[in-house]
Design a protein around this ligand. Structure first.
Ligand SMILES: [Zn+2]
Length: 452
């Protein structure tokens, strides 16, 4: 609307000027080198306007021609960059798809087109890796390490390579470097934690674990289990170094972290007993038994008072059993001490209850012992042992990572070096049943792979 008004206004002004010029024609005479032009003011003005418009158009054309090469160059560069990004994208897709040849082709193309090393180096490195050229990949990652904007990607590439090659000292160094660069990245924290723990750096591992837990990179229950394992390992280390008091305090902290975790309760109780404190030792085992009865706890409970006679042991175990009276382990533990005390009826009662709750090889073996010792019944004992062979395997300590079985718990798997992977499992593999659990409860775990 305003535009139409504006147009009408302009038209009116123009018409007014034309009318005014028609009414006041005037005369102009131009004389130059013998030529004489006679015209009116209106024609002269029109001629000036036409000349001005033509001059303006010519100037614009000249400017456009002058700028053309620069504009052409810019457009060509933009097209090149676009093709470069396209090659980069396709290269990344090829890496994700595992197409080594395409990845290499697009990496070279992107590198040529973009000439922006920080952008293309990662693709080049991944393409090299995919083509099995680890040395070239490492070269790219090293180069990325030199630039602050790509340093983290470089560290990540080198760290993954070290982890793949199982080169723990190098991996640990790189993980620490990655942690310095990006201290809040979850995978950096969990990787660094694992490497510190596998290397036996318990206190560093504990610190990293706390950071990881704060960021939610580790679930609270897993973090508590790891912390318990670290405290137990520190306790073993302190004991080996002759710091028995510290060993006991650390074992106590481990037990407080997870009161139902048998290895922590056993270690804490036995160190207390050894320090001449049998009462808190008994309380520790009872606390754990209430949460989760375990054969290792029963062994430790007996060991707290090794000199008690057989009947006194039965009395002690009756009290322990009252903490968790309906658990098969309670019946088994009591049956064992009853057998030693030659209380046959008592032993039989608890073995049959254990059998009703959960048939197991241990129960059948104890029934064989009972038949042999009570009546000298070798045939009856053999029958029970035959049943034991067919019964479900007893749970044992085994590594969740490699499946290796162990006679007792340890923080680092002696077979594959994983940290906190040895757990009490229903279906142990390997030689988990080689020896009775907890034969050497106070001994530190066997020498482990870590020595860094
Ligand atoms: Zn293992």
């Amino acid at each position: 609307m305003t535009r139409a008004l504006w147009f009408i206004l302009k038209l009116a002004i123009l018409v007014a000027i034309v009318v005014w010029l028609a009414e006041n024609p005037g005369a102009v005479t131009l004389a130059w080198r013998g030529y004489v032009v006679e015209t009116s003011i209106a024609i002269l003005l029109l001629a000036i306007v036409v000349v001005a418009v033509v001059a303006a158009l010519l100037y614009r054309l000249w400017k456009a021609i002058r700028r053309a090469p620069r504009r052409f160059g810019r457009r060509r560069r933009a097209r090149k960059r676009e093709r470069g990004y396209q090659a980069l994208t396709r290269g990344m897709v090829a890496v994700a798809a595992g197409d080594a040849a395409a990845a290499r082709r697009f990496a070279t193309e992107a590198d040529n087109l973009l000439r922006d090393p920080p952008l293309t180096m990662l693709l080049s490195a991944q393409a090299a890796q995919l083509n099995g050229d680890d040395r070239a990949a490492e070269k790219y990652f090293q180069a990325m390490l030199e630039r602050p904007e790509t340093a983290f990607l470089g560290v990540r590439g080198l760290l993954n390579k070290a982890l793949r090659e199982n080169d723990r000292p190098v991996a640990l160094k790189l993980a620490r470097q990655a942690h310095d660069l990006q201290p809040r990245t979850p995978w950096v924290l969990t990787t660094l934690f694992d490497l510190e723990a596998r290397s036996g750096h318990w206190e560093q591992a504990e610190r990293i674990l706390l950071e990881a837990q704060k960021l939610g990179a580790v679930a609270p229950d897993i973090a508590r289990r790891h912390r318990t394992a670290l405290l137990l390992e520190r306790s073993y280390e302190a004991e080996l170094a002759g710091r028995v008091g510290e060993a006991q305090t650390l074992a106590g902290s481990a037990h407080d972290q997870m009161p139902g975790f048998a290895p922590a309760a056993v270690r804490s109780a036995l160190l207390l007993a050894r320090a001449g404190k049998p009462k808190p030792a008994v309380r520790t085992i009872e606390r754990a038994w209430r949460i989760e009865p375990h054969p290792d706890l029963a062994d430790a409970f007996r060991e707290i008072e090794p000199n008690a006679d057989a009947l006194a042991q039965v009395k002690r175990f009756e009290r322990l059993m009252s903490a968790n009276p309906d658990h098969p382990e309670s019946h088994l533990a009591l049956a064992r001490v009853a057998l030693t005390a030659r209380l046959w009826g008592e032993a039989r009662k608890h073995l049959s209850k254990a059998l009703a709750l959960r048939p197991s090889r241990r129960t059948y073996r104890l029934l064989a012992d009972l038949a042999q010792e009570e009546h000298g019944d070798a045939i009856g004992a053999r029958d029970w042992l035959a049943k034991a062979a067919l019964a479900p395997e007893d749970p044992g300590w085994s590594c969740g990572n490699c499946g290796a079985g162990f006679g007792s718990w340890r923080g680092v798997c002696g077979n594959c070096g994983s940290f906190d992977s040895v757990q009490w499992r229903e279906t142990p593999t390997g030689d988990a049943l080689a020896g009775p659990a907890g034969t050497d409860l106070l001994a530190p775990p066997e020498p482990r792979q870590s020595a860094a």
